[in-house]
Design a protein around this ligand. Sequence first.
Ligand code: DGL
Length: 267
Amino acid sequence: MPIGVFDSGIGGLTVVKRIASALPTEDIVYFGDTARVPYGSKSNSTVIEYSIQDAKFLMNKNVKAIVVACNTSSSVAIEALRNKFHVPVIGMIEPGARFAVSQTKTGRIGVIGTRATIKNKAYSSEIKKLNPDIEVFEKACPLFVPLAEEGWIKHKAAYDIAEEYLKDLKKSDIDTLVLGCTHYPILAKVIQDVIGENVKLVDSGIASAEAVKKELDRIGLNTNKFSPGNQQFYVSDIPLKFKAIAELFLGRKIADVTKVDLELLSV
Ligand code: DGL
C-alpha cells in the first residue's frame, strides 16, 4: 500500500522529496490541487472542504497513511481529516514545531508561512503547547509562493522581497526560523542569506517525513519491499510550466503526471 501525500499545488513535492529519502522503498501517491491553488488566501471552511476532497481522492488509491504536505491545510483541516479518515494523518505543523523547539537555544523562534497559516497561529500555538516560555515571531510571506513557482530562486527580486518580509524578524533576535510553507524550502538559500547564517532554518518537510517513518513503524505498516519505491503524481490541472517547476521542487526528473477532473473530486 502506498503513502498518500497531498498539497494545494506543487509545494508538497518538497515533502515527497524528504519522504522518499527517509523511506526510499515506500510507494507514494501524490495529489496536487493545482486547479484551486492557493489555499493560503482562502477561508478555513473552503480549505477544510478541499482538503477532505483531496484526502478522499488518496483514500480511493488505497493509501495506508495521508501526509498533509500543505501547512495551510495542516493548520485548519487536520482535525477534520483525522475524524473523517481511519488511516494515520500526518501534518506539517506538529512535527515542524517539535523540531523547532528541539533546535532553539535562545527560546526565540521565527515562523514564516502563508496568510492563513500565520493568521491561524498554527505554529505559535503548537510551539507554546510544547514550551510556553518560548517566544514566537510570525510573518506571512505570500509572495514567496509565486517566486518559488517562477523558479526565481537566485533572482534579485527574491532577495528584495525577502529583505522586506524578514526585516522585523531580523531585529527580533531569533535563532531558529520555521519554513512554514511547503514552497519555501525552494527559497532556502535566499532566506538563509537574508536572515543570516546564525539562524537555523527548519524545514517542516524533514520533520514530517521522520514522523511518517515513526508512525509506520508504530503501526507496523512499513513496506517489506527492497526495491526503490514507485511514485505516482496526480494534479487537478496541468499548468504550462508544470513539469519544469515540479522537477525544481522535487530535485529530479519526473515521468508521468495525470490530470484528475475536479468534478470527480467533489462527488
Ligand atoms: N503549499 C502551501 C502551504 O504549505 C502554500 C501554497 C498555498 O497557498 O496554497 O501552505
